[in-house]
Ligand binder design. Structure first.
Ligand code: UD1
Length: 436
């Protein structure tokens, strides 16, 4: 298992390019199951573990998958007969594998998908996915660790989501494209990834209206076909680098970041005294020596994203005074704080609220990434820490950040990766003998 080793105390400066959006790509990969004619050709696809896991699952389902990681191009062909069973190994590896359930049901009339197990950020039920499929006319059974759905025909319906779940909105939107008549999803999620998926589906011949608002209306069609689609930049990767700039009191241009997708983060950074400048080529973030404390509450989009909460907590811990963090999306998403305690962080957790006492002088320690964003947060703390921080379990970071270590290194961070045998995988500049 690899570790990242960070020597803290360096200001980040320069430019960093944001990769294509992971969370937009995953439902699009699942949506390719719906295309019975032609290929789906996705561009700007990030080269990430989660994307490859979904590709493997699609191959298992009998799709032909060609991923050119250098060119970031993914070609998905579902014209042949599609299998309808997704085994536990894929769902266990990545919960987003569940996204194939709706498209499989719509395409083949049958879907059998392993139930996801527990996860590091709390229990994550799938009741909304299932209730919606039943409303569209499916019979759903849960047995032996699998959910099995069948439907001879799906019929459009008004579906109200108790919570604007991203995954449930995506799943039901995809399923409804091939249902008879009109489906409306009320209290739908409004994330940019939902809008992107609707745009892809419409390019495939679907009729989806209202994505990005809380009511999405889908008029069913008989079949969907292939198309080309370019993925938008990853707003969580962009946000992570923006916070990294602030954490190190640096000056970084996050190339091609879309300000509108990170409005809540920008507002919080500005409140803390960080300068954020929207430019034609991206967002420039200039840190400050004295950070002000702030309150952060995670909410469905356009609220503050839970996927930036761990990274943001590092910045809040550096601020002069007491900050609060209210996690409203995932019940157990404070595991990173317990690791940060080992680096000298002071905080108190009460239910969904953490009260963070700053300013923290992070000290060196060996810490473990419990999940993807927790891993990123620990690396950011390492950038600000005195001494050498070692982050274990960095395969979690590989799930969602393309070239994280290399990008931070190019911005001036002292960061390396060590494999199981403790051999340092040198960053590019080290290989050419450059120092920094
Ligand atoms: C997606 C993102 C993830 C992000 C999350 C919230 C992808 C691949 N993943 O995950 O990175 O952290 O949105 O922005 O896009 N819920 C239910 N019942 C359900 C479904 C969800 O109660 O059937 C609850 C969850 O337990 C959670 C909340 O709804 O408390 C939000 O979850 P959801 O929006 O569904 O997250 P994901 O789609 O799994």
């Amino acid at each position: 298992m690899d570790k990242m080793v960070i020597k803290g105390g360096r200001r980040l400066a320069g430019r960093v390019h944001v990769a294509g959006s992971k969370n937009a790509a995953l439902p699009m990969q699942a949506a390719s199951i719906l295309a019975s004619v032609g290929n789906i050709h996705l561009t700007n696809v990030p080269s990430l573990l989660d994307i490859k896991t979904m590709n493997q699952l699609l191959q298992f389902l009998n799709l032909t998958v060609t991923f050119d990681e250098e060119k970031h191009e993914l070609l998905l062909d579902a014209q042949q007969r599609v299998a309808s069973e997704a085994p536990f190994e894929y769902v266990d590896e990545m919960r987003a594998s569940l996204l194939v359930m709706g498209p499989l049901l719509a395409r083949t009339g049958h879907a059998k998908v392993a139930l996801p197990g527990g996860c590091a950020i709390g229990s994550r039920p799938i009741d909304l996915h299932i209730k919606g499929l039943i409303q569209l006319g499916a019979t759903v059974q849960q047995q032996d660790g699998y959910i099995e759905a069948r439907a001879e025909r799906l019929v459009g319906k008004m579906i109200y989501l108790d919570f604007p779940s991203v995954g449930a909105t995506e799943s039901l939107m995809m399923t409804a494209t091939l249902a008879q008549g009109i489906t409306t999803i009320e209290n739908a999620a409004r994330e940019p990834e939902i809008v992107a998926l609707a745009n892809l589906l419409n390019k495939m011949g679907a009729r989806v209206h209202g994505a990005g608002t809380e009511v999405i209306r889908i008029q069913g069609v008989n079949f969907l076909h292939g198309c080309d689609y370019e993925l938008m930049p990853d707003r969580i990767e962009a946000g992570t680098f923006m916070i990294a700039a602030a954490v190190t009191n640096g000056d970084v241009i996050v190339e091609n970041a879309i300000a509108a997708h990170n409005a809540s983060l920008i507002a919080k950074l500005e409140e803390m005294g960080v300068t954020v400048i929207e430019q034609d080529d991206g967002i420039r973030v200039v840190g400050t020596a004295v950070l002000l404390p702030t309150t952060v509450k995670t909410m469905p989009y356009p609220g503050f994203p839970t996927d930036l909460q761990p990274q943001m907590s590092v910045l809040q811990l550096l601020a002069n005074g007491t900050s609060t963090l209210d996690e409203q999306i995932f019940e157990k998403r404070f595991m990173h704080l317990e690791e940060l305690r080992r680096m000298n962080a002071k905080f108190q957790i009460s239910g969904p609220v953490a009260v963070l006492s700053g300013p923290t002088k992070f000290s060196e320690a060996e810490v473990t990434a419990s999940d993807l964003r927790a891993g990123a947060a620990l690396v950011l703390a390492g950038l600000a820490a005195d001494g050498i921080t070692q982050v274990r379990n960095v395969s979690e970071i590989d799930r969602g950040y393309d070239q994280f270590q290399e990008k931070l290194h190019a911005l001036g961070a002292k960061i390396d990766r060590i494999d199981i045998a403790d051999k340092i995988k040198l960053s590019p500049n080290h290989r050419t003998g450059e120092t920094n």
